[in-house]
Design a protein around this ligand. Structure first.
Ligand code: ZN
Length: 239
């Protein structure tokens, strides 16, 4: 049995998560779990355990730790024979899927941001296998799909065909497997009018890849709130 020691330290009673096909056991304080995840609020009144056979245990632990202290280990990609390989064994697509299952948009947004940061850190793009996995693990019209379809649109328009590494046949097959992908590309084509930013890492203002409504205030701005000394400086300047 795996026990997240920090979260369990204040245990009243334990809620048991059985994760993955092998039912990896994670025990977490029931009170803490219900406080941080609406998904478990009602569930924990009826039962003391829940199964997530399709989820990845490591991603579940990372999600819980993020809920505990707001930190997420960086996504560590490296390029091996033209393919992106995850070096530290946690997969942002799996985290995104888990967060979507639990109905937690903030965690979805953080997983997507971690993916983008991981790619930008190594100047990597995504290959078709990544796009396939991302579409398999994300809901229709989600910010993740907005990003993935942008990457495909960007590559189709901005990369010379002999440098793209994707044949037309492979792209067609992927669009057949995920019909939404073909539709999702269209708005990017229209919007950018064939003028794309110079790289995929600086795609848009971050809010366009957040789950909150377009005209809503950004819940993540609070992370960038000014320091007290900066506020005093502003006040001194009459703001
Ligand atoms: Zn935002």
């Amino acid at each position: 049995m795996y026990q997240l020691t920090i979260i369990s330290a204040t245990i009243g009673d334990c809620f048991t998560l059985l994760v993955g096909p092998d039912e990896h056991v994670i025990c977490v304080s029931r009170e803490w779990l219900c406080h941080n995840f609406k998904y478990f609020d009602m569930l924990a009144q009826r039962t003391h355990e829940a199964r997530f056979p399709d989820a990845d245990p490591r991603c579940f632990e990372i999600l819980l730790m993020y809920a505990f202290d707001d930190t997420l280990p960086p996504v560590d990609y490296s390029e091996v024979n033209g393919e992106n390989k995850l070096s530290n064994n946690w997969d942002p697509f799996k985290l995104y899927q888990l967060a979507a299952t639990l109905g937690e948009p903030e965690f979805m947004d953080r997983a997507l941001q971690a993916l983008r940061d991981g790619l930008a850190r190594k100047y990597l793009s995504l290959n078709l296998g990544d796009i396939d996995e991302g579409y398999t693990r994300s809901p229709p019209k989600s910010p993740m799909r907005r990003f993935l379809s942008y990457v495909v649109a960007y590559k189709l328009i901005c990369t010379k065909s002999d440098q793209m590494g994707w044949t037309n046949f492979e792209v067609e097959q992927l669009c057949k497997k995920h019909p939404d992908l073909g539709c999702d590309i269209v708005p990017h084509m229209r919007r950018t009018k064939r003028v794309f930013p110079t790289n995929i890492w600086d795609v848009w203002p971050d809010c366009e890849l957040h789950s909150h409504p377009e005209d809503g205030s950004c819940p993540y701005k609070k992370l960038d709130s000014p320091s007290e000394s900066r506020i005093r400086e502003w006040m001194a300047l009459g703001f």
